[in-house]
Design a protein around this ligand. Structure first.
Ligand code: 5AD
Ligand code: SF4
Length: 444
């Protein structure tokens, strides 16, 4: 078998959601156990990985144009290997190999633990496609390196995949069915992260609140139970979880916001539309009323809770009336943060063929919605001015002596300090808001 250049340096470019960010970090971290270190520029690497996202727009086209750029790098450094991983890899598979001769591997999101073996193969000149959905836990088999000083905040994947099949969404096809990681493994990883300096954890899952796993003892555990267990870790100060589905907001989970002090008062709870008729066509499995009731319960228990959401405008059949109901809902909820998108037809999803609204209508509605969301977001920020917030300091700012952290509500906060305060939770009086960022001064 012909032996190629040994792969010792890796460059990973990541698109898409926090799950992809987590996967990429875990891959880099884990490969360091095999003597492969990450580098900051693709041309310095022996292996370039493109971790792709398929959720909206011309995802596959973006990948091919990115590959065009890597082709130039490969021309100058012919030894470099190239891999496409993530959701476009899952969706397109072999097709990518056929369209782009420079690609050496195509891996779906569930097989990253096979990377050390696959790297051996591509080193020896093979081209590998693997888009299986194996049963094993990829993260357990992709061990984290020890003795690394980690940042003060970290993601931790607890759940993957989706069984909801919203009619617009590719996730159930690219990430597969809902699976939950074992609670014992999650708690052990959480403890290791906290030991290495992490003070805030964000539990990740495409449908994180659908988390459902069995303890070794056979007892079933849901997300509320898992959170209670993780919050026992003493040096862990803050916990968040994302992304939740309105249908899976159990009363136990809602009640936790009223009693678990480490659970931060922030919840990302996408609704997508304020019209029941659109929600039905989207196959969301909840109504506007049930969504509002959930928020009301949360606000009763935790009046300061910040709500964040996702919206799609221009879904097939969405009328002006439907759209105005979305605007009304925003006025009612007053989101502290929100993400909004034009409907993007995805091949293979039930709504694909139905795309029927002109681009101009979608654009107009998106602009209108975003204007409204921005007003509420700014208002939320402005209401924090003159208050004292506990801010977890995450990193240095642009200027010397400047630090950036996050409020309990996820707002970035800038503060000056003569000593290094990274990793600490500091009381800060908020003095101003510039729309997206807050600034303040330390007190006490
Ligand atoms: N078109 C537009 N937006 C989409 N999303 C998911 N699929 C699509 C699509 N086909 C949005 C939803 C989801 C977020 C992650 O991306 O709002 O909550
Ligand atoms: Fe996609 Fe709906 Fe599943 Fe969210 S709940 S990942 S939007 S199918």
């Amino acid at each position: 078998m012909k032996m190629g250049k040994k792969i010792e340096k890796i460059f990973v470019k990541t698109y898409g959601c926090q799950m992809n960010v987590f996967d990429s970090e875990r891959i880099e971290d884990s490969l360091s156990n095999f003597g492969i270190r990450k580098v900051k520029e693709p041309q310095w690497s022996d292996l370039i990985l493109l971790n792709t996202c398929h959720i909206r727009e011309k995802a596959a086209e973006k990948v091919y144009s990115e590959l065009g750029r890597f082709k130039k790098i490969k021309r100058e450094n012919p030894g470099i290997k190239i891999g496409v991983i993530g959701c476009v890899a899952q969706a397109e598979g072999q097709e990518i190999m056929q369209r782009s001769k420079i690609v050496d591997m195509v891996l779906g999101p569930q097989v990253y633990h096979r990377l050390p073996d696959i790297i051996q193969k591509i080193q020896n000149g093979e081209r590998v496609v693997d888009t299986e959905f194996p049963l094993e836990d990829k993260f357990e088999k992709l061990p984290q390196s020890k003795q690394v000083n980690r940042p003060s905040t970290s993601f931790l994947t607890v759940q993957e995949g989706c069984d909801k099949f919203c009619s617009f969404c590719v996730v159930p096809y690219t990430r597969g069915a809902e699976t939950s990681r074992s609670p014992e493994v999650i708690v052990r990883e959480a403890m290791e992260l906290v030991e290495s300096g992490v003070r805030e954890l964000t539990l990740l899952g495409q449908n994180v609140n659908a988390y459902q796993a069995q303890r070794k003892s056979g007892e079933l555990l849901d997300l509320a139970g898992l959170i209670e267990e993780i919050c026992v870790i003493e040096d862990l100060k803050r916990l968040r979880f994302v992304t939740s589905h309105p249908k899976d907001m159990t009363d136990d989970l809602i009640l936790l916001f009223g009693k678990e002090k480490k659970l931060m008062p922030y919840l990302h709870l996408p609704i997508q539309s304020g019209s029941d008729s659109v929600l039905k066509k989207m196959n969301r499995g909840h109504t506007v009323k049930s969504y509002i009731e959930t928020i009301e319960k949360l606000r009763y228990l935790r009046p300061d809770i910040a709500i964040s959401g996702d919206f799609i405008v221009g879904f097939p059949g969405e009328t002006e009336e439907d759209f105005s109901l979305t605007l009304d809902l925003c006025d009612r909820i007053k989101y502290a943060q929100a993400y909004s998108f034009k409907y993007s037809p995805r091949a293979g999803t039930p709504a694909y063929e139905r795309d029927d609204l002109p681009e101009g209508v979608k654009t107009k509605r998106l602009t209108k919605l975003q204007e409204k969301l921005k007003i509420h977001q700014k208002e939320f920020q402005r209401n924090l001015v003159e208050t004292v917030q506990e801010v977890l300091i995450e990193k240095c700012g642009k200027f010397s002596d400047q630090y950036i952290g996050r409020s309990p509500y996820m707002n970035p906060v800038v503060v000056a300090s003569p000593r290094n305060i990274i990793g600490k939770i500091i009381k800060i009086k908020i003095l101003s808001s510039n729309g997206l960022t807050l600034s303040g001064e330390t007190i006490g």
